[in-house]
Structures are given as structure tokens and as C-alpha cells.
Write a protein that binds this ligand. Sequence first.
Ligand code: ZN
Ligand code: MN
Length: 479
Amino acid sequence: MAIDYELIVGMEVHAQLSTQSKMFCGCSTDSWDSPPNSHTCPVCLAMPGMLPVINEEAVAQTIRAGLALNCTIAEDAVFARKNYNYPDLPKGYQISQYELPLAVNGWLDIDTAHGSKRIGITRAHLEEDTGKLVHDGDVSLVDLNRAGTPLLEIVSEPDLRTIDEVNEYLARLRQILIYIGASSGDLEKGAMRMEANLSLRPRGSSEYGVKVEIKNLNSFRAVRNSLEYEIKRQSALLDAGGEVEQVTMGWLEQEGRTYVQRSKESAHDYRYFPEPDLPPLFVERTWVHELRSSLPELPLARRARFQADYGLSQTDADILVADQSVADYYERVVAAVGGAMDAKKVANWFMGDLFRLLNQRDLSLTQSPISPDQFAALLKLVAGKTINANTGGKVLDAMFRTGEDAETIVEREGLAQVSDADVLARAVDCVLADHPEDVARYREGQTKLLGWFIGQVMRETRGKANPGIVRQVLLERLG
Ligand code: ZN
Ligand code: MN
């Protein structure tokens, strides 16, 4: 009989920090489209006698990330050498942090099906990236453009229990790093690389099973798929009375399977020791305070404020805060509308009409041809009943095409809503006179026809009639 296993996952994430220059030299980090080895110097090429210089901005970003993840910021941090040999690592060691990382003991809250859950952050430390190997037929070439790029490594506690929790953790972590400007979070450019440590145990057991590490996962999908694969593999093995081996695995995206890279190395294999070419870091508390005050409002706090201040549901607030520029734009529109329309209605316009137009044209909000003030002006015309909601949608379409103001379009196209009761009464009479049979059916009790009559009057007035007044006049006439 198959046993019900519980999944235990801890994540290690390497995020590329958004600095201009590399971790220990002045080479530019912006080398995505550059020829191989064009962003290198004697330091990152590991020429003999070259000495590293610490990038202050990278330290600042690590501390800010640590604060955003509720970590304690170390007073003393030490860089350490992590020794191993690999062709893309010219020094034969990576400069990292080992015993004294910059940030420890934090947490990150995630949403689960059962409410909010707190995931422990063991540590966040600063290190340098390696170069990369380019395999070309029988040969392997090395490109050191990336060597020495600052990386933030964030290690979580083994607090994640489902693949959905893992996914949510990664998405929230990425969102925070983007919010604070520490990383682009651009997965396609390798700005976030993930490793999953997982084990299984019979549900209800308190002991941990044997841990397997899956390395070099470059997308959330790869994390999900590799975990699914490993859960199947390990539970089948355990069901059959076998034992899971403690190994480090890779993930073959094409074949959809993991493979053993090596038996698990332990810390002593790396012969860590303090980096003799760098001084220890003494992190002044005043600097930490300054960095803390430089943090923006974080996503979950902003979501809670949107719910409280604007009366939004958690789902709607989540959509709006997902991207900082969207949340900023929304708040600017709400401010410019100035109470003429309530913030929840503004959100509906936002997520309905505006997002639809942006999606159709494959634009992000920052590329929107309409400014927050222009959008607010349109909403004020709707709120003030100068145009009805339906016409508002059409005007927005036209604004998107032309970049013109709503007022200009409404005036030129003569779209202002007709609220004049006499004018509307004539239109209603016209429609009723044209459809005597429908009038008779309505009077015999088919009152559902009211909506159809309203539609006919809207057509008669080319969509400009105030639907509330039309309804009123119709009810009077049909008695
Ligand atoms: Zn360099
Ligand atoms: Mn690392």
C-alpha cells in the first residue's frame, strides 16, 4: 500500500544584484548582449597579484534585502574563500560569505490556501558569480563576462510543504527584490537561479528524511517540474522499501528528469577560510538605519493598505500591487479623480478596460499612451455623467489610438450623454410607436422586454442616452 508522504523543501536562491559594476572590480555588469570576455579585467580574470576591492553598492543592496526579509544585519561580516576547481572559475575559488554572513534569521510571509504562512530565512549573503561555459560541438569555451558579478544568496528554512508554497515563496521573494531595486528578477537573463533541497517523510512523522538537492533551476516551471519528478521518484523508491541517497542532482529540462551530478559535498570539501585579500566588514548601525529608511513600502504592506484605504478585495489589491509601476499609476489616478469616483470603481476600470487595451497592444503600463491624469479626466466625465460608462469605454479606446484627451474626443465626436428628459422622451415615443406589438406584449406581463426597449432607445440615440432617465421615461409611458 502506498504511504502518504509529506514534502519538505528549503530553497536557495541566487539573485543577481542590480549594480553598475562587478563585485570586486570596475567592470560593467551590463554584458548581456556583449561579445564573450569583453567585460573583463585583470581582477576578474584572476591574474596573479591582482587584488579585489569591495563594491559598496552591492553591500548596501544586500543589507537592504536583508532588512526587507526581516533579517538581523550582522555587525561584523567576513568574506570567505570557497575553494573548488571548475573551468568557469578562474581563481579556483569563489569569494563568498560563510560563518559571518551579512544577514541572518529573517522571514517572509506567503499566502497559502489556509491563510498566511511565515517562511524562515536562514541567511542572506553576498558572493560573486562565476563565468559560464559555452559548449560548441566537441569543445567548451569559457566566457568570463559574468565572472565577478555580485550575487545575493538567500537560504530559506525547510518550512515549505507543498509545491504551491514553493512557487508562492519564490514569487514573493522575487517581487520584494524587484520592489527594493536590488535585482531585476529577470529570469530569462538568469538574474534568479534556484536550488531546491527536498526530502520526503511519512505524513505525521517528525523526523526528516534524506535530503536531495536539485541545482541550477532557472525558471519557476523548472522548480515545479523537477520537484514533481523527484516526489514521484522518491516515493516510489520508499514504497518499494528502498532508501533515498543524499546526492546533488541536475535537471534536464528537455527530458523532464533529474540526474545525479555528484554525491553530496560537505562544507569541509570547500575548505572555507577567511579571504586574506579583503578586510572584515564592520557594518555601522547608522548606515543600517539609513538603508532601512531608503526601503519603499513593501508589496504585502501596500496590499493591506490598498484593502483598507480603497476598499479593495485582497485579490484585486494583489493584482494592483504585483507591479510597483501599476500600483503607482493606480494611486495617481485615484488622487487625480479626487473622490469624484470611488477607488474601487477606479480599480474596476483599471483592471477591466485599461488592462484589456494594454494586453491587446502588448504594452506595459509604463508604455501606456495615456497618462494617469488623462485617465482620471475620463473617469471624471463618467462619474459626472457627461458620458455614460459604455461611451467611456469607447472614448478610452480612442484615447489609446490617438493619445488625445477624453474631453477633446467627446466634444469632437459629439458623444456627450443626453440627459435632457424631453429629448429622451421623443426618442422613447419613436421606439414605442415603431413596435406596437412589443408594447402590447409588455402590457400583457412580459416586463422583461424593458431591457430590450432601453437597448432600442440607446440605439436611437447612438449610445448617448442617459440609461437611467430612459428607463424612467419608459416605465412612465408603458404604465
Ligand atoms: Zn573585472
Ligand atoms: Mn552560492
